[in-house]
Design a binder for this molecule. Structure first.
Ligand SMILES: Cc1ncc(COP(=O)(O)O)c(C=O)c1O
Length: 464
């Protein structure tokens, strides 16, 4: 074991100093970075990957900041992959989870515990009327699996339509819903899932305005149903804004048209809110609300638990009843500590005004990104809502050739400046900005300066 004293607050150049914070990291006393790398290499499955060329050891978090083993602080723009919603180790969150850990850690839903009922009731209060029955699980993949199972049971149909460029999880059946070759193993899968055109206007094969592309993309669902299914489907599943896919979204008319076609063919509509839920899109609590639709299922994970292994699927009672025809059980689903985490998150989002913060700081961030797009030819597209933003990098704005290695260079430069940004898209050429929702305007300005510098370096200094 080594002890590393905290370094000076930030090693970034003065011009790019992180906004001040009233938090001093503890001295780190765990294994060294090299020891951790060696243990990971030897004892963890090689499929477990790290983001940077030189892996980063993160040992502490406070609100929107992370600390490495030397005490260096970073602005977290990726939030543990869109999961830390209210802030790392938010004091209220820590207190409430610690209270529960010290009182009852686990019992399962075979006994009553108030937390399961309280969180289900609280979620119902955040949903459109009628969507008020929740099943708790541990991961987004499980939530999507369960939604599809219930849709199949309730409708009596089996085919499911998902979208190209979607990510819905890595369990064998969620992998079938996912539409990225990079995330699919050649082990067979759910042959009853079909992928329809994604309405993202930036890379759509359809012509026209974003609204026209949305309509043509929705019509593709109809064609798929006509050609590839018995004419009826169990469900249509979509992320209101595709997360792993690179913050891609269609025009506002898309989901309404897609939901109408689904319902015309006997299907139920699943909104995968694993990334877009809980106020992140700013204007609304749920991503689907930005598109004026009401789904039949809402699946949630990530932000609901601020890092606790907590996920859920909410639906209407008549649909939920379909699951009661057999025994269904999930050992950790409804765990009192995870439920305490969820209850704390929902309260903190309201108490700290985080949805409004996502709207205001997200709007400032997006305006800044659009300014950078005007200056840097490397930026092909800026998109997203609130604090769910994407910046697609291309080598040539006409051909839209994905700027893959340049994206990695931007990630590395940002890290040097003290900002940890995410990456996504099928080609790995989209910068993903999805920070804890407690991020400030000063943090956004710092990140934009760091990105300006990183884009200049990655683009070989090219500016307009
Ligand atoms: C939109 C979406 N759905 C589902 C999942 C799967 O969640 P999990 O990794 O918790 O299984 C993810 C994970 O990234 C996601 O982004």
């Amino acid at each position: 074991m080594t002890t590393v004293a905290p370094a000076a607050p930030s090693a970034a150049p003065a011009r790019l100093a992180l906004p001040p914070v009233d938090h001093a990291p503890r001295p780190y006393t765990g294994p060294s970075r090299d020891e951790v790398i060696a243990m990971r290499r030897q004892f963890t499955n090689p499929a477990v990957f790290t983001l940077y060329r030189e892996p980063l050891l993160i040992v502490e978090g406070y609100m929107q900041y992370l600390y490495d083993e030397t005490g260096r602080r970073y602005l977290d723009l990726f939030a543990g992959i869109v999961t830390v919603s209210v802030g790392h180790c938010h004091p209220t969150f820590v207190r409430r989870v610690q209270d529960q850990v010290g009182t009852l850690q686990h019992a399962t839903t075979i006994y009553l515990h108030p937390n399961v009922a309280l969180l289900a009731k609280k979620l119902a209060s955040k949903m459109p009327p009628g969507l008020d029955v929740t099943y708790f699980v541990n991961s987004g993949s499980e939530a999507n699996d369960l939604a599809v199972t219930m849709a199949r049971l309730h409708t009596g149909h089996t085919d499911v339509v998902a979208l190209r460029n979607a990510y819905h999880g890595g369990s064998p059946s969620a992998m079938g819903l996912t539409s990225h070759s990079t995330w699919k193993f050649p082990v067979g899968g759910d042959g009853r899932v079909h992928h329809a055109m994604n309405p993202d206007p930036y890379r759509s094969p359809f012509d026209g305005s974003p609204d026209e592309i949305a309509t043509k993309s929705a019509q593709d669902i109809r064609e798929i149903i006509r050609y590839s299914t018995p004419g009826k489907i169990a469900a249509f599943i979509a992320e209101p804004i595709q997360g792993v896919g690179g913050a891609t979204l269609g025009a506002r008319n898309y989901l309404a048209e897609a939901y109408a076609i689904t319902r015309e063919h006997g299907g139920l509509c699943i909104a995968d809110e694993v990334q877009t839920g809980f106020g992140r899109t700013g204007e609304h609590y749920w991503g689907f609300e930005n598109f004026g639709v009401v789904p039949d299922f809402v699946t949630m994970a990530k932000g609901i638990g601020n890092g606790a292994p907590l996920a859920a699927v909410t639906t209407r009672m008549e649909i939920a009843r379909s699951l009661a025809q057999r025994v269904h059980f999930n050992t950790y689903g409804g765990n009192p500590v995870s439920m305490a985490a969820g209850l704390a998150v929902l309260d903190i989002i309201d108490e700290d005004g985080l949805q409004e913060n996502a709207r205001v700081v997200g709007g400032r961030f997006k305006a800044g990104l659009e300014r950078l797009a005007r200056a840097h030819p490397l930026v092909g597209d800026v998109r997203g809502m609130g604090l769910m933003l994407g910046v697609e990098l291309v080598r040539d704005r006409a051909t839209k050739e994905p700027a893959k290695s340049e994206t990695l260079d931007v990630l590395e430069s940002m890290r040097e400046s003290g900002a940890l940004i995410g990456k996504g898209g099928l080609d790995g050429n989209v910068l993903r900005i999805k920070p804890p929702m407690c991020i400030t305007a000063a943090d956004a300005d710092f990140a934009l300066d760091a990105l300006d510098e990183a884009l200049s370096r990655a683009g070989g200094g090219a500016r307009r």
